[in-house]
Design a protein. Structure first.
Length: 185
């Protein structure tokens, strides 16, 4: 007795369909049409593609090396009250990072830090940029708006703040170091 597709197992049905190419094409067309019209299929597919896109974005961000600040121009030199250079500031506008190079280490109490502020032209209040290093170079991420403002002139100032930086919207003490932005970057 020869089995018909509806009478046998799945393997029998596949074997039967393979023996008849026209029926195989019809079966494949029906399966693909059912997938194409399936909401569940598209939800799963979009979830997989979104996850893959996020993974590629993360990989691209991680793979990008840090900017070479030694090739970037100095946009400001922060000086003390006697006009000695203390920090040199460089900007990589494309990556939204600045580099603060300590030129002359400054002593700071254990529970305090030096914080960098931007005094942009026409601004009513200083904008916090980050905490400065006591020695060596520190990369500091800045917003795209701050990166833009750093190229439009103004001043930078440094205040002595509690560890971790100020908790308020502005400096809690007077400016100890200042520098004029050269408007390049």
């Amino acid at each position: 007795m020869r089995l018909q597709p509806e009478q046998g197992s799945a393997m029998t049905k596949i074997g039967w369909a393979l023996s008849r190419p026209d029926d195989l094409i019809n079966i494949m067309t029906a399966v693909l049409t059912r997938l194409w019209n399936s909401v569940h299929f598209w939800r799963e597919t979009s979830g997989v593609l979104a996850t893959l896109s996020l993974a590629l974005l993360v990989a691209a961000v991680i793979a990008r090396g840090p900017p070479d600040f030694s090739a970037m121009p100095v946009i400001a030199v922060l000086r003390d009250g006697e006009h000695r250079p203390i920090w040199a500031i460089r900007l990589d506008r494309a990556s939204h990072f600045i580099a603060a190079d300590s030129l002359r280490p400054q002593p700071v109490p254990l529970d305090r830090v030096y914080q960098l502020w931007l005094l942009a032209p026409d601004a009513t209040a200083p904008r916090p940029l980050g905490l400065l290093p006591q020695s060596a170079r520190k990369r500091i991420a800045v917003t795209s708006e701050n990166a833009r403002l750093l190229t439009s002139g103004g001043e930078l100032e440094v205040t002595l703040e509690p560890a971790g930086g100020t908790s308020g919207p502005g400096p809690s003490g007077p400016a100890l170091f200042r520098g004029t932005l050269e408007g390049s970057g």
